[in-house]
Design a protein around this ligand. Structure first.
Ligand SMILES: Cc1cc2nc3c(=O)[nH]c(=O)nc-3n(C[C@H](O)[C@H](O)[C@H](O)COP(=O)(O)OP(=O)(O)OC[C@H]3O[C@@H](n4cnc5c(N)ncnc54)[C@H](O)[C@@H]3O)c2cc1C
Length: 442
């Protein structure tokens, strides 16, 4: 059993408070430093996606801190993808053959408030809002921050946790001592959020229990349902080029572009031009990091360690899985250095794997979900998966509906690439050979 530590977490977003709950449960003293105001008092200030897909890994962690059911009570389950083509036709494809298997659209702001409430209710947890970490001495465990009055404060800790997102100041401080930061690989697409408001009677204007996708080759739009009847749409488009954010800027070009490429969405978006013009374009990239800890004094979780492109809906889920593993490692080792080495050994391959899987899914959602060959292959895979559920579970389901480590998912998928054609051939042979034999052909 481990001794009790004094731990400072930089970042009170999604992962920081969840980790605080787990660490406080083991008797550690935890302080969270968060540069934004308290979202429970102010209303959520986040400028990024306002709903997120929550799946098995995230739910497992929420279960551990006792709020899984409370969170599930607020979500909209999405049981499949609804594809929209340029002729306004739709095709629905369920995620799973298991009836109640769904990913869940959850409000980022509400979830953030719920994990903060949980952290605050734990003995030994202190939350500091409007507190911006400005300087870190990694070796001594010293954190400097500007408090809500602009006064500089100092905290000493046994361990500093970087839960401070993709631009992590903790990662930078670690990298300044021993280079670990391999940089951020930005993709050429960015994202912009738009809204489909609820109908006058408060209902959803599109199928409520689906993730909607308008795949258009090198660009796409998706929409996730909110519990208030609205949808949050996200355009994932190239930054530059003929069909890109830079090409679609004027009110006329916005109206024309949407009318041609997303014709069924336009009547549902009364504020399209204003929202498109006012809402920012966010960059998308993968953070690559050679090590998740420095000695026994600093460690990274979530986006600070492995920000990923959001096409598998796994960033938060992966961050929550980090929290479980880190708390387990700290709880299971007397020596903090051993604990952090253990965490790095198990989590870093998974961070790398989900980064790679998310990039693959970007190509799949953007380029392939509109292809009838792809949809047919998906159906074949799904059917084989039905016949051999343990052997041939599809990649999406392994990622979203299990907690199997991401690195193992990659290995399973590599095996399946060999197995599926072999099994498909076997099945065809089993059907064709008796027929040919009965017809006296062989
Ligand atoms: C468009 C988009 C869609 C997404 N969709 C999904 C999805 O469907 N499902 C999913 O699982 N994930 C999704 N993600 C990813 C998800 O948002 C992140 O992986 C998740 O927020 C990571 O949590 P975190 O706690 O590590 O970081 P964050 O949520 O970014 O929190 C970091 C916190 O640190 C604070 N901070 C930063 N610097 C300092 C400082 N110097 N001092 C004090 N505080 C500081 C910030 O204010 C912030 O509150 C999406 C991301 C994007 C961009």
């Amino acid at each position: 059993m481990s001794s009790k530590r004094n731990i400072t977490i930089i970042g009170g977003g999604l992962a920081g408070p969840l980790l605080a709950c787990l660490l406080a449960e083991n008797g550690n003293t935890v302080t969270i430093i968060e540069r934004r105001g308290d979202p429970r008092a102010l209303g959520y200030e986040g400028g990024r996606s306002i709903n997120l897909a929550l799946s098995a890994r995230g739910l497992q962690a929420l279960d551990r801190i006792g709020i899984k059911q409370a969170v599930l009570d607020t979500v909209v389950p999405m049981f499949g993808r609804m594809m929209h083509d340029e002729q306004r036709r739709t095709v629905y494809s369920p995620y799973s053959h298991v009836a109640d298997e769904a990913i869940n659209s959850v409000s980022r702001g509400r979830l953030n408030c719920m994990v903060l409430d949980s952290a605050e209710s734990m003995a030994g947890v202190t939350l500091a809002f409007n507190a911006t970490c400005t300087d870190i001495d990694i070796e001594s465990g010293t954190v400097r921050y500007d408090d809500e009055h602009g006064c500089s404060q100092v905290l000493e800790a046994d361990l500093i946790v970087g839960a401070d997102g993709a631009g992590s100041i903790v990662r930078q401080a670690m990298d300044a001592i021993v280079p670990i930061d391999e940089g951020t690989d930005f993709i050429s697409s960015g994202y912009k959020e738009l809204t489909i408001p609820a109908a006058d009677d408060g209902s959803h204007r599109l199928e409520r229990h689906a993730l909607h996708i308008w795949p258009r080759g090198h660009y796409m739009m998706i929409a996730l349902p909110n519990s208030d009847g609205s949808f949050t749409c996200t355009c994932f488009w190239p930054m530059e080029g003929p069909e890109s954010f830079s090409a679609v800027e004027s009110p006329d070009s916005i109206r024309d572009f949407f009318a041609v490429h997303f014709p069924d969405a336009v009547p549902l978006m009364p504020d399209l031009v204003r929202e498109y013009t006012e809402n920012p374009v966010g960059p998308l990239g993968t953070v690559r990091c050679r090590r998740y800890h420095h000695g026994s004094t600093a460690v990274l979780i979530g986006d600070a360690a492995h920000a990923i492109v959001p096409f598998f809906g796994q960033g938060m889920n992966a961050a929550f899985q980090d929290c479980l593993r880190l708390a387990e490692s700290i709880g299971g080792h007397d020596d903090l250095h051993d604990a952090l080495v253990d965490y790095d050994r198990t989590q870093r391959p998974d961070g790398d794997a989900i980064g790679a899987l998310s990039l693959t899914n970007f190509i799949e959602m953007r380029d392939k979900t509109a292809s009838s060959t792809f949809l047919l292959l998906q159906r074949v895979r799904k059917q084989l998966g039905l016949w051999f559920p343990n052997l041939l579970m599809p990649r999406y389901n392994l990622v979203s509906f299990t907690t199997i480590p991401y690195a193992r998912v990659l290995r399973i998928e590599a095996r399946q690439r060999i197995l599926i054609p072999a099994i498909a051939l076997g099945v065809i042979a089993c059907i064709a050979l008796p027929i040919l034999w009965a017809l006296d052909v062989i």
